[in-house]
Design a protein around this ligand. Structure first.
Ligand code: ATP
Ligand code: MG
Length: 226
């Protein structure tokens, strides 16, 4: 049997850039395992774990949680999916986290969703979430089939406590100060692939085409020969 090579990708972008939505599509289309730092933290808050309770105020204020806390959480979860290809969403968010990740594995590609801050501010306040799955809806352009309910499970949707205008402003500021340097870090290593736009549905085909090429280069050659 031919052992398929393990593929490791990171997806980055400001809060509300559509990372969650695009991650869901990538996972479905390419069968990668999905690890989202935000989903993990929210699951801990919901389950009222010690870590969740400690981190909630940090998150609700739009601040990043400490590097060592999130790194430990992510690296622990990563162990259970290390035999498969994966997509990391929401981590690394600081250069320290990127260096920690580099210490344990080599990442194949970093997808950067470049969406203007103005677009994001409008979006986040009309965003609804299915907490158990991380599925995201937007009442303006991607509403659920039945108002307030998840399309797949029929369970209720919530609004995130950190999706308020003031907290969004703070999250964008911490993105600029702490996360944009991570983009430079990956750009200087030649790993960064940037996809710009204001609509997820227009950005997605480009990301899909890029990943198809990365994951199935042989198919590309066949098409080229024909
Ligand atoms: P979106 O869900 O729209 O991508 P976001 O990127 O702000 O928005 P999440 O990734 O869900 O949100 O993260 C929510 C919060 O969890 C962050 O604002 C931050 O407080 C905390 N958090 C998540 N990942 C990290 C990380 N890698 N380092 C530090 N804090 C994190
Ligand atoms: Mg997210």
């Amino acid at each position: 049997m031919v052992q398929q090579r393990i593929f490791r990708a990171v997806i980055m972008g400001p809060p509300g850039s559509g990372k969650g939505t695009v991650s869901g599509r990538i996972v479905k289309r390419f069968g990668l395992s999905h690890l989202s730092s935000g989903d993990l933290l929210r699951a801990n808050i919901k389950a009222q774990t010690e870590l969740g309770l400690l981190m909630k105020s940090c998150i609700d204020q739009g601040q990043l949680v400490p590097d060592d806390v999130i790194s430990r959480l992510i690296l622990t979860e990563m162990r259970s999916i290390e035999q498969s290809s994966w997509l990391l969403d929401g981590f690394p968010r600081t250069v320290t986290q990127a260096e920690t990740l580099d210490g344990v594995c080599s990442v194949d590609t970093v997808i950067n969703m470049d969406v203007p801050f103005q677009t994001i501010k409008q979006r986040l306040t009309s965003r609804w979430l299915h907490l158990p799955s991380g599925r995201v809806y937007n009442i303006d352009f991607n509403p659920p089939k039945i108002s307030g309910l998840d399309d797949v499970t029929g369970e209720p949707l919530i609004q995130r406590d950190d999706d308020t205008p003031e907290t969004i402003t703070r999250r964008l500021r911490s993105y600029e100060n702490q996360t944009q340097p991570v983009l430079e870090y990956y750009r200087s290593k030649g790993m960064l692939e940037t996809f710009s736009g204001t609509e997820t549905n227009k950005i997605w085909p480009h990301i899909q085409a890029f990943l198809s090429k990365k994951l199935f280069p042989q198919n590309d050659k066949v098409v080229g020969k024909a």
